[in-house]
Design a protein around this ligand. Structure first.
Ligand code: PMT
Length: 407
C-alpha cells in the first residue's frame, strides 16, 4: 500500500503519456496522493483536464504562473512530495535533467527537489542508443536517479527495440519498492547521523576527523529500503545521498544536534557520525594571522553529546536509540561503559585501530551490544553491516507496536 504517500508525477511529451492516466488511477487506488506537472510537450498528448480529473488535484504547467506561485511555489511543489516520477522521460527531458537545466516547471522542480526521483524513459530506439542519451543516463544514475524500463518491443514509430515506456504496473512496482511500501519498517521514522563534524577555528580552518560517512549513509539507505521514512543528518562527506532518504547537511556538532531534534519524532535514532567531542571556544570571526615565533592557543569546550541527548529525552524519546563506540583498545569493555553512560539501547562496538582501516574504508567489523549480551558479527562491507543492522532493528521493532515502548 502507498497510504499517505505523495507522488509528484511529471508527464513529459511522448506518445506513452497516455499510460500515466492508468498509473494515476492505480496509485490512487493504493492510497497515494498524486499531483501532476504537465510539460508543454506532454500537453500535446494528454490534457490537463484528464490528469486533473484522475488525480483529483490541480495540474501545474507554467513556471511563471503568478497564481500557481501564490498557491504553491515551485520549490514547495517538489519538496511536498515523497517521490518524483518522470513518465514518460523523453530524451530531451533526460538531457535537461542531466545538464541540471531549469528552463520549465518540470526541470525546475527536479533540480530543486531533495526527494528521490524515478524516471521511466520512452523514446525511439535510435534516440535511446545514441551516445548522448546513454551519456545522460550514466550521469543521471550517478546522480542517484532511479529508472524503470525502457522495455523492448514494437514502437509507435514502426521500429523495434528498447524504447517503450514501462507499463503502469511496472512503474507502480518500482514506486512501491522505492518508497519501501510494505517493508517491515513501513510507517516508522528513522534519524541517522553520519560523517564527521567540522568545528571552525576561523573562517578557513577547522577541526575534523577521518570519517567518510560510508557507514552512516549505508545504514540510512538500508533503513529506507525496509520502508522507514529516513532522515540522514550528515556532516560534510563525498558520499551520494542514498535513494529515498532525506538528507539534512550540517557542519558542526551543534548544527547536527539541532537538525536531529528538528527531525523528531522518530521511532529509531542511529548515531553513526564521528562527532567532534570539542569545539574551539575562541574561534575567530576573521582569519587567524600567523605571527612569527608566536604559537596560537586554542581553547576547547565540550560539544553536546547528541547520542546522550536523544537517549535521555524526557519526552519523545525514539523507541530504539543505537550508538557506535569507536575504540582502539578494550573494545567491548569501553563500548559497554558507553552504552551505560549515554543511555542508548544498543551500541555497535567498532574497532577503529590503525590496522582496521574502518575510518574511511569500505569494510567494517562490529559487535552489537544490547542489554542482553554481545553479538559478534562477521566482518563485511559497510553495506552488509548496514543491511544486517536494519533487519535486526526491524525484527526488534516488529514486536513493538508503532509509537509504543522500547523493544
Ligand atoms: O564514516 P566511516 O568512514 O564509514 O566510518 C564509520 C565510523 C567508524 C565513523 C562509524 O562506524 C563509527 O564508529 N561512528 C562513531 C564514531 C564516534 O565518534 O564514536 P565515539 O565512540 O567517539 O562516540 C560514541 C557515540 O556517541 C557515537 O554513536 C557518536 O555518534 C556519539 N556522539 C559522540 C560525541 C558527540 N558529541 N555526540 C555524539 O552523538
Amino acid at each position: 500500500m502507498l497510504e499517505g504517500k505523495r507522488i509528484l508525477l511529471i508527464v513529459g511529451g511522448g506518445i506513452a503519456a497516455y499510460k500515466c492516466l492508468e498509473l494515476i488511477r492505480r496509485l490512487r487506488e493504493r492510497g497515494a496522493a498524486v499531483r501532476c506537472i504537465l510539460t508543454e510537450a506532454g500537453g500535446q498528448f494528454v490534457t490537463p483536464l484528464s490528469l486533473s480529473a484522475l488525480s483529483g488535484d490541480k495540474v501545474y504547467g507554467e513556471l511563471f504562473s503568478l497564481t500557481d506561485e501564490a498557491e504553491m511555489g515551485h520549490i514547495q511543489l517538489s519538496r511536498d512530495a515523497d517521490l518524483l516520477v518522470v513518465a514518460p522521460a523523453t530524451a530531451d527531458l533526460l538531457a535537461r535533467m542531466a545538464a541540471g537545466l531549469a528552463n520549465d516547471l518540470a526541470t525546475t522542480a527536479l533540480l530543486a527537489t531533495d526527494k528521490a526521483v524515478l524516471a521511466a524513459p520512452a523514446m525511439n530506439v535510435r534516440m535511446w542508443w545514441h551516445p548522448a542519451t546513454q551519456r545522460n543516463m550514466t550521469r543521471l544514475r550517478e546522480d542517484g536517479v532511479a529508472f524503470v524500463g525502457p522495455n523492448e518491443g514494437d514502437m509507435a514509430c514502426g521500429e523495434y527495440g528498447p524504447g517503450r515506456m514501462a507499463e503502469p504496473a511496472e512503474i507502480l512496482a518500482a514506486i512501491e519498492s522505492l518508497l519501501g511500501a510494505g517493508g517491515p519498517l513501513a510507517g516508522r521514522r528513522a534519524i541517522v547521523t553520519s560523517g564527521p563534524t567540522h568545528e571552525p577555528i576561523d573562517p578557513v580552518r577547522y577541526i575534523a576527523n577521518r570519517s567518510s560517512g560510508k557507514q552512516g549513509h549505508a545504514i540510512a539507505g538500508a533503513l529506507a529500503r525496509l520502508g522507514a521514512e529516513t532522515v540522514l543528518v550528515s556532516g560534510p562527506t563525498h558520499e551520494p545521498t542514498p535513494r529515498g532518504v532525506r538528507l539534512v547537511p550540517v557542519e558542526t556538532a551543534a548544527e547536527m544536534l539541532a537538525a536531529c531534534e528538528a527531525a523528531l519524532p522518530a521511532d529509531i535514532a542511529i548515531c553513526a557520525a564521528a562527532v567532534a567531542d570539542w569545539r574551539v571556544a575562541n574561534a575567530g570571526a576573521g582569519k587567524m594571522k600567523k605571527v612569527e615565533g608566536v604559537l596560537p592557543t586554542l581553547s576547547l569546550v565540550e560539544n553536546p553529546d547528541i547520542l546522550a541527548r536523544l537517549s535521555r529525552r524526557p519526552e519523545g524519546r525514539p523507541a530504539l536509540v543505537v550508538g557506535f563506540a569507536a575504540e582502539t583498545d578494550d573494545l567491548i569493555g569501553n563500548a559497554r561503559a558507553k552504552l551505560t553512560r549515554k543511555g542508548c539501547d544498543w551500541i555497535m562496538a567498532n574497532d577503529v585501530g590503525p590496522a582496521s582501516g574502518t575510518f574511511g574504508g569500505e569494510r567494517n567489523q562490529v559487535h552489537l551490544l544490547t542489554r542482553d549480551g554481545v553479538e559478534d558479527w562477521p566482518a563485511g562491507s559497510k553495506a552488509e553491516i548496514a543491511e544486517r543492522l536494519a533487519r535486526r532493528i526491524a525484527a526488534a521493532l516488529g514486536a513493538t507496536p508503532q509509537g509504543g515502548g522500547r523493544p
